[in-house]
Design a protein around this ligand. Structure first.
Ligand SMILES: *[C@@H]1O[C@H](CO)[C@@H](O)[C@H](O)[C@H]1NC(C)=O
Ligand SMILES: *[C@@H]1O[C@H](CO)[C@@H](O)[C@H](O)[C@H]1NC(C)=O
Ligand SMILES: *[C@@H]1O[C@H](CO)[C@@H](O)[C@H](O)[C@H]1NC(C)=O
Ligand SMILES: *[C@@H]1O[C@H](CO)[C@@H](O)[C@H](O)[C@H]1NC(C)=O
Length: 388
């Protein structure tokens, strides 16, 4: 970018070309779009299965995978065999580096395949809404210690504990790459602040994050990341975006200088339901100097639901980067399990057409080879060249 601008200036000064000649050069420096998948259990697969999955995504043209700092709960996860792993933090302030080592090994293979990672450091769905004993996706040490999502976000000690967790992750020195994750921009596109912050605290969302929780965490993260080139993404504020529940582009986050990427999460039945958001959310983010990506979306086989291809075509049409929830290694429920398949085949998958989001790499339900390649063949709606 710097080189192109300098050359343009020098040529302009000395050769006096018409600007028209050089505009295409400037435009061609804009990035292409990209796509990929979420995968919260990749580090729980054997290295061999990771290779199969990552090479499969690479062949399909994927450029980004979203990983999660989460323990692996069972020997079978989403139709594949996994190794159980404890959570990163089972006692506040004590961190299980083995978990990060496992993720770091997955990063090696992703890097070799030319696929970057977004890393989600914690899941807000583990924090109980007021008056309940568990979060939407279970409970962890933050949920048990602070009892509610509301307390997690508002208690000063909780904020300090969460900052310490984030700092420990950013300062973790990769044994494979011999540098801090905060500095690993060749492999890590961005860290989320959290997955779906405040999803269980609707009053904090409608109140526009009164304690500046998002910006205070992002500012702390930026103090470690500095100008390494690794981005800070919101992680999908409030969870899914839909009519009557629109928090992904919360004003306080748009106003926060430390935040680079606004993450949109949404699970729509029809392509039409995306039209208030694609590309409008990107325009809104751009006006605040931020990038915008569709960090989570997925479709089911329920009646009246538009297919993956139909919905993805809209994102590709505009050049909005996207991550499907979720391309899996094992067979999905539209495929039958054979004797030669792992004993985990179909384990952990829903057969309910209201919840069957997962699609195998080998399924014919969606042509990810076409969809991922299509995404990276179009010019991105915004300039992502800093991160791709
Ligand atoms: C290049 O970008 C400029 C400014 O956005 C636009 O006016 C022009 O049409 C673009 N040219 C090409 C070839 O895309
Ligand atoms: C998982 O596998 C380990 C090792 O084979 C075994 O000890 C453990 O009981 C298994 N756990 C479950 C939940 O099946
Ligand atoms: C949750 O509880 C806190 C503390 O009692 C209260 O201030 C807050 O308004 C409650 N939020 C909701 C959504 O009920
Ligand atoms: C993919 O790209 C091909 C070739 O440009 C186009 O015909 C097709 O409609 C695109 N499909 C989607 C879903 O993006």
């Amino acid at each position: 970018m710097f080189y192109i601008l300098v050359s343009w200036f020098l040529l302009g000064a000395f050769a006096k070309p018409t600007p028209m000649l050089y505009l295409p050069v400037l435009n061609s420096s804009r990035s292409n779009s990209f796509a990929g998948s979420n995968n919260y259990y990749l580090h729980g697969l054997s290295l061999e299965d990771q290779t199969t999955y990552i090479k499969g995504l690479q062949n399909d043209g994927a450029k980004l995978v979203r990983l999660w700092i989460t323990g692996i709960k069972s020997n079978c996860t989403k139709s594949s065999s996994t190794t159980e792993l404890p959570n990163y933090e089972t006692t506040i302030g004590e961190y299980n580096t083995e978990l990060l080592n496992a993720i770091d090994d997955a990063l090696v293979q992703l890097n070799a395949a030319g696929i970057k990672a977004i890393i989600s450091p914690h899941d807000a769905n583990l924090l109980p809404p007021n008056g309940t004993s568990t979060g939407y996706n279970g409970i962890d040490i933050y949920g048990t210690t602070y009892q509610s999502s509301f307390n997690f976000y508002t208690d000063a000690v909780s904020q300090a504990n969460y900052d310490a967790r984030l700092a420990s992750i950013l300062n973790y020195v990769s044994p494979n790459f011999n540098k801090k994750w905060a500095d690993l921009s060749e492999v890590i596109m961005a860290f989320d602040i959290q997955n779906e912050p405040m999803i269980a605290s609707p009053d904090l969302l409608t109140g526009n994050d009164p304690s500046d929780w998002l910006c205070n965490r992002a500012t702390m993260m930026k103090s470690i990341i500095q100008n390494s080139g690794v981005g800070i993404a919101t992680g999908g504020i409030g969870g899914s975006q839909y009519a009557g529940h629109e928090y992904n582009l919360l004003q306080k986050a748009l106003d926060c200088p430390a935040i680079d990427i606004m993450s949109v999460h949404g699970y729509m039945s029809t392509k039409l339901q995306w039209t208030p958001y694609i590309p409008e959310l990107s325009d809104q983010a751009a006006a605040a100097g931020k990038l915008c990506m569709l960090e989570e979306w997925g479709v089911t086989t329920g009646s009246g639901v538009d297919s993956v291809e139909k919905q993805a075509a809209l994102f590709n049409q505009y050049g909005i980067p996207w991550l499907y929830w979720m391309v899996i290694l094992g067979k999905s429920v539209d495929q039958s399990c054979a004797a030669s398949d792992s004993a985990c085949c179909h384990s952990g998958l829903s057969t309910d057409s209201l919840y069957d989001y997962e699609i195998s790499l080998t399924s014919s339900r969606a042509d990810f080879n076409m969809l991922f390649h299509n995404s990276s063949s179009v010019t991105a709606y915004q300039d992502w060249s800093k991160y791709t």
